[in-house]
Design a binder for this molecule. Structure first.
Ligand code: HEM
Ligand code: HEM
Length: 179
């Protein structure tokens, strides 16, 4: 089976794989940034901000695609607990794809730092200057960043179980090929 009803819509698949690359890159850029005090910090941050804002825009487009295109059904023999885990984890992935860049933007605003997208183009602040809020948001951005990492690891693990062990078409529904 490989008909239109067994695959995610093409825009959903394109967004999924583009964003998977971008989000994984962002997690490593973020972790690399906070583990250095060298000149690499501002250089990495200069990539981190525009990529993060691009993820926010793509996540909103993806949400619209998700709400207007019915996803393929999960296999009927999938245990209800696994179907529930898939639903909840997908909600959380969407929530983090939108919350992480917003928290990054809010944190930079509260810290009084401009969110420079590229030379000469900066975004408006979304919070007033508030150093206590900056401290909290910075911690929250870090904690949720690592929660995002864990969730993605679980998600990739589940995808591989579907693709390599159950071979039930769930992996193919997003990859277009495979088990
Ligand atoms: C999907 C989007 C994003 C992801 C996955 C992400 C991920 C991360 C991660 C994992 C860290 C390291 C956290 C730590 O260990 O404390 C980090 C740090 C940081 N992020 Fe993001 N981020 C995103 C978006 C943004 C955006 C849009 C901005 C700003 C506009 C931003 C600004 C920062 C800054 C300034 C730091 C360094 C904080 C520090 O020096 O303690 N992030 N990010
Ligand atoms: C890095 C970040 C990733 C994020 C944020 C992410 C997010 C998501 C989300 C939210 C869905 C639900 C479908 C939708 O509405 O878009 C999904 C489905 C899926 N993802 Fe990912 N994904 C990532 C990486 C991966 C990787 C690396 C793989 C493969 C090894 C993968 C395999 C799949 C599969 C097979 C589905 C279909 C599941 C189903 O039918 O319920 N994903 N992904």
């Amino acid at each position: 089976m490989n008909g239109p009803d067994t695959l995610f819509a093409f825009p959903a698949r394109l967004l999924h794989w583009t964003m998977a690359v971008l989000i994984l890159a962002m997690l490593f850029i973020g972790a690399g940034m906070v583990s250095t005090v060298s000149a690499a910090y501002p250089a990495l941050l200069a990539w981190h901000r525009p990529l993060g804002i691009a993820i926010l825009v793509l996540a909103l487009v993806r949400l619209a695609v998700r709400l207007t295109h019915r996803p393929p059904p999960l296999p009927a023999d999938l245990p209800p607990i696994q179907a529930a885990a898939a639903r909840v984890s997908h909600y959380l992935l969407y929530a983090l794809m939108i919350a992480m860049p917003l928290i990054g933007w809010a944190m930079q605003s509260a810290g009084g730092y401009p969110v420079i997208l590229w030379k000469g183009v900066a975004l408006f602040p979304i919070l007033p200057h508030d150093i206590v809020a900056y401290g909290w948001l910075r911690r929250l951005h870090g904690l949720l960043g690592y929660a995002f990492f864990l969730l993605i690891l679980g998600h990739v693990g589940a995808a591989l179980v579907h693709g390599l062990i159950r071979r039930d078409g769930v992996f193919r529904s997003m990859a277009g090929r495979g088990g």
